[in-house]
Design a binder for this molecule. Sequence first.
Ligand code: R5P
Length: 294
Amino acid sequence: MADLEGNLAAKKYSPQTPLATFSHAVRGASNLDWGMQHRLSRIVNPETGRTVMLAFDHGYFQGPTRGLERIDLNIAPLEAHADALMCTRGALRTSIPPATQSGLVLRASGGPSILKDLSDEHTAMAMDDAVRIGADAVAVQVFIGGEHESRSVKNLTTLVDAGYDAGIPVLGVTAVGKELTRDARYLGLATRIIAELGAQLVKTYYCDEGFEDVVAGCPVPVIMAGGKKLPELDALTMASRAVRAGAAGVDMGRNIFQSSQPTAMLTAVRAVVHDDADPADAYEIFREAEGASS
Ligand code: R5P
């Protein structure tokens, strides 16, 4: 208990100064509760308004994936270089150090494997467990145009409702089936639906034509998904085009952990995303690190 002896009377009220208001960099988040805004700021860097997320949740539907055979050995050393980690609770609990300071985005939908129709998902994690773990967001796949479109939308809205109870944001991921085109019209449709139904973040693929319209039409941050492994310069160029078109960063998996130098690639991606580095200059960062290790 504080010593009450000699207690000085409070007097610095600065009555002429209005209470501070805080501007923040997360699109569409102004009216959210403090806890939700706080968690979003652990994912999206408040200084740049952008994020570099490391996705390694692939095992939830495709089992062992090249580069993810041993998450404890291959991914855990990368965690400090990412703003946020996107993974399953199983990978997190078994293979990532609890002392990590990165934001945590936990996969909360699942069901079918690559042997089945991927749109046949359910929610796959209770919000209570996200709270228990200390998640900063949960992620759910939304299959607009897919066989089980409505159920995936229900998965999203169920998690959004539970997320408001817990103060945990939801990242809605546009899932593109083989039969759906990754063009601006489709991606604009899917991202807008996901945001309107309450997701505080949306992840979607890049498209060469009209990506700026996709971003402009979505009232919450759009984070670019990485996709299949590309040559490093191509992946950096895609990331650069996405953020210059207004994306709030990237969530990349295979283009990081399947690179010959994952740490160098993460560093190069950070330069593109947070420093607006030219892709060619960022590629030099990658090449230097690659040369140093050979
Ligand atoms: C995709 O929707 C899942 O979350 C993936 O497992 C992951 O995000 C894919 O990452 P990438 O395509 O960059 O390897």
